[in-house]
Design a protein around this ligand. Structure first.
Ligand SMILES: Nc1ncnc2c1ncn2[C@@H]1O[C@H](COP(=O)(O)OP(=O)(O)O)[C@@H](O)[C@H]1O
Ligand SMILES: [Mg+2]
Length: 562
């Protein structure tokens, strides 16, 4: 070959001998073959790359894709695997197509998988219900067409998970229906309230006028009692229809949850375990009494669902953000920070056929006398009047989960800001509160205002401190509801040691403390939780100032007597 080339260049290519010709031909053939091989390789690589790319596109498509031959899965993409709750395609490939659908959908799936390749008419687009590996159901939209796969007439399916969309649509329909019922019920309840006021009022008047006729008095007592019961019911309807006035203030939902948990724990049988995970202590703008009511209603239902069987009552509090994109997609939501309160049980769950009705007033599946059907109606009304929404879902394998989402006002109270114009001082204050977070926040605010602060997490250690050195403190701020000794009892015992030590009583809800009765015992002020920074600063200063005035006046009085 080299010779030939050399000959060509040297000009000696005049009479090629046949050997040289053969060599040249050989060379040409080799060159052509090499070129063909190179082209084939390149084509193969291109083909391979194209195949890889196609596979990647199919695998990472946001739509679930499957191929079914002879009624069995022969291919599923990643999205399909994940959508049905599996971890790899191997778990699905080889199985009958109907196995991945709910029992009431299986016949249809089997029929379609048989009829389609046989050329019989089968819908190309339809809604069905998928069955996840964990047994839960979800709404599926399927689009199926016929293809040739590995030489066999097969079905190519594209599936989309429509559960979120369907759930939101159902919620919206429910919300609209409940809104209409609420307006109607609210109107009637208002009229009823007036009628009942007249009935109760006249029954009371008649009781005064009837004199000593015991029989009539007893009858009138029954009229009044029945009237009061009806009034209570009307109040519940008014809460549902949101016509009841809410007393809004900043509410720390986590504190309310802790209070309710204290009550619920005492009421639950040992067979029910409470698990709480309160991850967020943001504030909402709302009515603490109503939030308390809402939680009690949910816990009461959970307890009823687990009655006899026992189980776990889960109470959770989590913060989350609704993004602008989400809010744009679902016009019912406003972007911002929200707090989700979750109450879950592992009772039997809620049957699909009633789940859409449970928030309606008077809907109950319980026996007469056991359920009134007003619990969740109230929950719904309260959530709506707080600008939030409520969602319910069944848990696999059994149980129900209620998720209440409420808009957050501010992430945390601004305890570290400067003193500003707030009244301050340097006196020594003892804080007694079994709620670590509340005690911590109060202590930080007061320390920030210049006071010297001591915290006790229970009444007994607090009492020990005061009795050990009665003059150490200028003021005690105590929580009312504590397990061993209530705030009121603590105050009484403190007064027996040091009658002039001012005490402020804090309490969680309206009605928990009879302020008039308790103030007669010497309590100087009350603060309803959650206490704002301004309210705390002002109350503390005014109680301290008043107490020093009382002291000086006592001194003056004493001087005059002398
Ligand atoms: N945690 C739960 N588990 C199962 N079913 C529930 C649960 N909570 C509520 N329900 C269903 O919702 C219905 C309405 O609840 P509710 O409004 O509180 O009224 P009531 O408790 O008086 O029946 C109940 O009767 C029950 O069928
Ligand atoms: Mg109930």
């Amino acid at each position: 070959m080299l010779n030939i080339v050399q000959n060509i260049f040297s000009g000696s290519w005049v009479e090629p001998d046949w050997l040289a010709a053969v060599a040249m031909l050989q060379g040409a053939i080799i060159a052509v073959l090499a070129f063909a091989l190179w082209r084939q390789r390149r084509n193969e690589k291109t083909l391979q790359r194209a195949e890889d790319e196609a596979r990647q596109i199919v695998a990472s498509s946001p739509v679930g894709i499957c191929v079914v031959s002879n009624r069995r899965f022969v291919y599923v993409n990643n999205t399909y695997v994940k959508m049905f709750g599996y971890s790899s395609a191997d778990e699905i490939v080889g199985r009958f197509v109907e196995e991945l659908y709910t029992p009431d959908e299986r016949r249809r799936q089997r029929q379609y998988a048989k009829d389609r390749p046989a050329g019989k008419p089968v819908p190309e687009i339809y809604d069905t219900k998928g069955l996840r590996k964990d047994g839960s159901h979800f709404d599926v939209e399927a689009r199926v067409s016929l293809i040739e796969y590995n030489g066999q007439s097969s079905s190519l399916g594209f599936v989309i998970d429509r559960s979120v969309e369907k759930r939101l649509r159902r919620q919206l329909e429910n919300a609209n229906r409940l809104e209409a019922i609420g307006t109607l019920a609210g109107g009637i309840a208002h009229d009823f309230n007036n009628i009942l006021t007249a009935i109760i009022g006249h029954a009371e008047l008649a009781t005064f006028r009837v004199g000593d006729n015991e029989v009539v008095r007893e009858d009138l007592r029954h009229v009044r009692q029945a009237g009061l019961r009806a009034k209570d019911l009307v109040q519940q309807i008014l809460t549902f229809s949101r016509s009841r006035e809410a007393k809004t203030q900043l509410v720390n939902v986590a504190s309310v949850v802790r209070e309710v948990m204290g009550l619920v724990r005492a009421a639950l049988p040992n067979s029910v375990e409470i698990r709480a995970s309160l991850e967020d202590d943001s504030l909402i703008n709302g009515d603490p009494t109503q939030i308390h009511q809402l939680l009690m209603n949910l816990c009461a239902n959970a307890e009823h669902a687990m009655r006899g069987s026992g189980g776990i009552l889960e109470i959770g509090l989590k913060g989350h953000t609704v993004t602008t994109a989400f809010a744009d997609a679902y016009s019912d939501f406003v972007p911002g920070h929200y707090l989700s309160l979750i109450v879950a049980d592992n009772g039997p769950g809620i049957p699909e056929e009633v789940i859409g009705k449970i928030f309606e007033p008077f809907f109950t599946t319980k026996e007469p006398g056991v359920g009134t059907g007003m619990g969740l109606a109230q929950v719904h009304g309260i959530v709506k009047s707080h600008g939030g929404w409520v969602r319910v879902e069944n848990i696999v394998p059994h149980g129900a989960r209620f998720i209440i989402t409420l808009p957050v006002v501010s992430a945390r109270p601004d305890v570290d800001s400067q003193k500003g114009d707030l009244p301050s001082g340097t006196e020594s204050i003892l804080i007694v509160d079994n709620d670590e977070m509340v005690a911590g926040v109060t202590a930080r605010i007061l320390t920030g205002l210049g006071y010297s602060v001591h915290v006790c997490r229970d009444s007994l250690p607090a009492l020990t401190r005061v009795t050990a050195s009665p003059d150490t403190f200028d003021l005690v701020i105590t929580e009312a509801a504590m397990p061993v000794m209530t705030g009121e009892q603590l105050a009484r015992t403190i007064f027996s040691v040091r009658p002039d030590l001012p005490v402020i009583l804090c309490y969680g809800f309206h009605g928990d403390v009879d302020e008039i009765k308790v103030s007669r015992q010497g309590i100087r002020a009350f603060m309803e939780k959650p206490v704002s920074k301004v309210r705390l600063a002002e109350t503390v200063r005014s109680v301290l100032d008043e107490s020093s005035r009382v002291d000086t006046s006592l001194l003056t009085e004493a001087c005059q007597v002398d």
